[in-house]
Design a protein around this ligand. Structure first.
Ligand code: M6R
Length: 612
């Protein structure tokens, strides 16, 4: 997500902070800021929207900020639009504390309300500002920096990597971590924090990775690390010998692989703030129950992989809400004279929020009076700004052209919408609702289990990367999943691939199956498993090589007919595409790797398609 850098030493901090932030630019950001503690014991804070260069010019490369202890941040907006007020660092009202933060404070709204009742004034729309204000609130009672941090960490819920300055303690900085990466860098008479080792490579290669619940106090002389009970602990040091390009990718050879492996964390960010006490709570959605009941038509409109999310969403939303859902390609929708009016809900899905076809479809639907609910990753993007309502996916910046974590989080958000609507409409069975919520909470862990088996897929790809054509077949949710698997394969490996609803094969496409044709048979959904077995037998009989995907409990049955079987953990059908997509992403990735393709930047493709 965002980038964090902190410095404590004898040199002027700001130029080092700006240099460190420039090394994190590749991650994507929309604003940047730095703060230092001045020799006069005050916090000097500067921030600016836009490129880091804007901030750099504003502070003359850091020369304007006098101080040897400081923090810097590049922000990728999650709560509040990208502007300089919402960018980090955030200060407490009296200017005593400055805070940088990566992650999401899930209970920020409740803390903010409490602090406002105590007479504290907030400046920004962010979740992070509550950390700075809460610090001041506790510090005014105990006048102890470290104890105040401890109290704040016990009060906040969610994910965080924090760097904190206190004007009363000009020789130090405090860092804390939970569920968001943060590392400590050990220099000679100077020490550092960073969200990503890339920021530190010119200064030190001696680092310690903080673990969840740990805090650290950094001074010029050294770094003390504390466990969650604030007891001092010894940590293992690591020597970084990666070069800069490997470090940017966190040690992965490609951004795509890194982003595939980020899916469990991205799913947690998308799901966990939206489930409370066993219920889906979409605080960030403005739609009222009355409005939800008033819609007589639901459309999902998107392009590419986001459209494939819509295809899964159609099955799930129709099942959960018992309302008719139509999925449309944005490029077709706008010219189709759609039957859309004030009783229509149009769900627009876009990672970038800038896809021209999607934006044009949104405008067309809006002009016809529809209510627009957007599912978007990039905060403050055009789709997010123009929609009536936006639910963010919190996937973090996605750099590889082929989308992976954005797809997964869009799917998770669409399922949350389905459950929330289903409950409002009284259309979902309460037992099924509770099971679905429980399974959604387990989804990040299940995704982690799928990723732990990536070696099997790599091995299979090493022997199966030279097919001239691949067919993905499945029924229902598995058909929708196949659309995404097939797109991943063609966009990064340049192998021709098609996705078919299995039942449709016999109406023509089966004539293309011959000896050695690779068929990826998706049979994860229990309800239609037996039908899928028949389809596998059908293509095998024509000579196909079948790579099948099913759940662990059905492995043996599938192994009796398919050439090779991959599995995902069992869960409810609704969520299986979220797990099933991971092996398909990995298979496409390893095939492309074998073929020597430019995986992160495939030919002819752009990350954001802003032309028609
Ligand atoms: O940013 P969007 O979600 O609107 O982008 C839509 C498509 O261009 C995108 O999903 C594209 O298909 C990806 N390259 C697929 O990996």
């Amino acid at each position: 997500m965002c980038g964090i850098v902190g410095f404590v030493g004898a040199r002027q901090a700001a130029p080092i902070l700006l240099d460190g932030l420039s090394r994190l630019e590749y991650r994507g950001y929309d604003s940047a800021g730095v703060a230092v503690v001045t020799p006069q014991g005050e916090i000097d804070l500067r921030k600016a929207k836009g490129r880091l260069q804007v901030l750099n010019d504003m502070v003359h490369g850091g020369a304007d900020l006098d101080g040897c202890v400081g923090i810097g941040h590049t922000r990728w907006a999650t709560h509040g639009v990208p502007n300089s007020t919402n960018s980090h660092p955030h200060m407490s009202e009296d200017g005593r504390f400055a805070v940088i933060h990566n992650g999401i404070i899930e209970n920020y709204a409740e803390i903010k309300e409490y602090l406002i009742r105590q007479g504290i004034h907030f400046r920004s729309e962010t979740d992070t500002e509550v950390v700075a204000q809460l610090l001041e609130f506790y510090y005014n009672k105990c006048h102890d920096f470290f104890r105040s941090v401890g109290r704040v960490l016990r009060r906040i819920k969610g994910a965080y990597a924090l760097g904190i300055l206190c004007a009363d303690c000009p020789d130090r900085m405090i860092a804390a971590r939970k569920d968001t990466p943060l590392l400590l860098g050990f220099g000679d008479g100077e020490n550092f924090i960073a969200s990503d080792v890339t920021a530190l490579l010119p200064y030190t290669r001696d680092v310690v990775y903080m673990d969840d619940g740990e805090t650290a106090i950094l001074t010029r002389e050294g770094i003390e690390v504390f466990d969650p009970l604030q007891q001092p602990i010894e940590k293992e040091h690591h020597h970084i010998d990666w070069d800069v390009s490997a470090a940017e990718k966190g040690g992965y050879p490609h951004f795509m692989l890194k982003e595939i492996f980020e899916q469990p964390d991205a799913l947690s960010r998308a799901i966990s703030p939206r489930i409370r006490d066993g219920r889906v709570v979409l605080d960030d959605m403005k739609l009222t129950a009355e409005q939800i009941r008033s819609f007589d038509r639901i459309y999902i409109v998107a392009c590419g992989s986001s459209y494939h999310v819509g295809m899964v969403g159609k099955y799930n939303l129709e099942h959960l809400t018992r309302r008719n859902v139509e999925v449309c390609l944005a490029s077709e929708f706008r010219y189709s004279d759609p039957i859309v009016d004030a009783r229509s809900l149009v769900i627009v899905i876009s990672q970038s929020g800038e896809t021209l076809d999607t934006l044009a479809a949104l405008r067309e639907a809006k002009a016809r009076g529809a209510y627009i609910l957007a599912i978007v990753n990039v905060v403050g993007s055009s789709v997010a700004r123009e929609a009536d309502d936006t639910l963010y996916t919190f996937a973090g910046p996605e750099i590889a052209v082929a989308t992976t974590k954005a797809y997964s989080t869009q799917l998770a958000v669409l399922n949350l919408i389905g459950l929330a609507f289903g409950e409002t409409l009284g259309a979902v069975d309460p037992t099924e609702y509770h099971e679905a919520v429980t399974e959604l909470e387990r989804l990040p862990e299940l995704a982690r289990q799928v990723l732990s088996r990536c070696d099997d897929i790599q091995e299979y790809a090493a022997a199966n990367f030279n097919h001239s054509s691949v067919f993905y077949i499945g029924r229902n949710l598995d058909y929708a999943l196949g659309l995404e698997g097939s797109l991943k394969m063609k966009e990064i490996s340049y192998i021709h691939s098609e996705s078919y609803a299995s039942g449709e094969l016999k109406h023509g496409t089966i004539s293309l199956i011959e000896d050695g044709t690779l068929v990826v048979a998706l049979g994860t959904c229990g309800r239609l498993f037996d039908k899928m077995i028949s389809n596998v037998i059908e293509v095998k009989a024509r000579g196909a090589e079948v790579l099948a995907l099913t759940t662990e409990s059905r492995r043996d049955a599938m192994a009796r007919v398919a050439s090779t079987v991959l599995t995902v953990p069992d869960t409810i059908d609704l969520l299986l595409p979220n797990l099933g997509v991971i092996p398909l992403q990995l298979y496409a990735y390893y095939v492309a790797l074998q073929r020597g393709c430019d995986i992160d930047k495939p030919r002819n493709l752009a990350k954001s398609v802003t032309v028609e």
